[in-house]
Ligand binder design. Structure first.
Ligand code: SAH
Ligand code: SF4
Length: 340
């Protein structure tokens, strides 16, 4: 079941949150079935060359100790996760400098030769087109690069004078290079309006994204946005539902930020159209230094019972964890999974 853009926008404007999310759920289950794809997330380095105003690992924040996991450490955590059935991994970090990119290139090559079939997603910030091309050639499959907000003035203010056009150029580069492409935004950034939120969803649609990650903004006490308001989870649910209606084939994670804002936040995102869960498999020793925002749930989620925990959380929703690469669906080929 897929509905038109006009119908989606009408539902967003007029339906209650319960009605809107129920509609999004029906669309999700008809296209993706009841499975929820599991991805293993490794936050492999918190070194960052940027100074985004919202982020708890921004370059100028002195209260985190900077780390970069070794290649051996990353391979080890992936081996342990593969033994639990995880076959899709996301490697995330602060925005890399050229030395960091060279290390990542070597790492991607090593992972690809060890596990030719595993799905490998990178999320390491805005890089040059040639760097993206090299990483793709080394074996990366997918990339996550949120545009954060569709308002260019807000973007520039919050990302310390960086340009939205440059970020969107990077998204276009990645798509042209053949990556399965994920982008998205934060909900409730200070300065965001109702129109910005709607434009964010429409931008996801016009970029024809394969994956959309969106989550609530949570102010970090050590950043210039410390006193900003926390985002509304209901706004997050509503916009998740709209993106799902606009992009029925996209993979959409129930983000950690939503689970950090509310004990049932991830469940609410699944109920509003998300179909992916990212499990944080970063070794505990590093997690305290990768707090983009406070209250991040991963500090409580231990190894290895987190899978049982998440599986138990999906049951009451009539959903179950699904393991495998979970490649993007191709609407052009009419690929439909699961049915309903
Ligand atoms: N450095 C890379 C990837 C790591 S940051 C990049 O910036 O693209 C991953 C995501 O965390 C960002 O895209 C942003 O949307 C989110 N994030 C950062 N600070 C946040 C905060 N205070 N609240 C909620 N999400 C935040
Ligand atoms: Fe760096 Fe990403 Fe945080 Fe910006 S959001 S400071 S690029 S880690």
């Amino acid at each position: 079941m897929v509905i038109s853009e006009k119908e989606a926008l009408k539902a967003y404007r007029t339906a209650t949150t319960a009605e809107l999310t129920a509609l999004a759920r029906r669309v999700t289950e008809s296209v993706h079935g009841t499975g929820v794809w599991v991805r293993g997330l490794i936050e492999f380095s918190n070194k960052c060359r940027r100074n985004c105003l919202y982020c708890g690992i921004r370059r100028d924040y002195p209260a985190v100790s900077r780390y970069a996991m070794t290649e051996g450490g990353i391979i080890e955590v992936m081996s342990r996760s593969r033994a639990l059935g995880i076959e899709s991994f996301v490697l995330q970090s602060g925005e890399l400098d050229p030395k960091g990119t060279a290390g990542l290139l070597k790492l991607v090559g090593a992972i690809r030769s060890k596990w030719p079939d595993t799905a490998l997603t990178l999320s390491c910030g805005t890089l040059s087109r040639s760097e993206y091309a090299e990483l793709k050639a080394a074996g990366a499959d997918r990339y996550l690069l949120r545009f954060e907000t569709s308002d260019p003035i807000l973007y520039s203010r919050l990302r310390n004078r960086a340009s939205l056009a440059r970020r969107l150029r990077a998204v276009a580069d990645l798509k042209e290079l053949g990556y399965q492409m994920g982008s998205g935004f934060m909900v409730g950034l200070p300065g965001e309006t109702r129109k910005t939120r709607l434009d964010n969803a429409l931008l996801c649609k016009s970029l024809e994204l394969d994956m959309v990650g969106l989550g609530p903004f949570i102010p970090h006490p050590g950043t210039p946005l410390a006193s900003a308001a926390v985002a509304s989870l209901e706004f997050t649910e509503r916009i998740t539902a709209l993106v799902r209606l606009l992009l029925p084939f996209a993979h959409m994670p129930a983000t950690t930020a939503s689970g950090s804002l509310d004990a049932l936040g991830r469940e609410r995102m699944i109920s509003a159209g998300a179909n992916v869960l990212m499990l944080n498999i970063t070794p505990m020793v590093f997690r305290r230094d990768y707090l983009l925002y406070p209250g991040k749930i991963c500090l409580q989620e231990g190894w290895p019972d987190f899978l049982d925990n998440l599986s138990g959380r999906m049951k009451p929703l009539g959903r179950s964890l699904r393991f495998g690469r979970g490649d993007c669906l191709d609407p052009a080929r009419g690929t439909v999974e699961g049915g309903s």
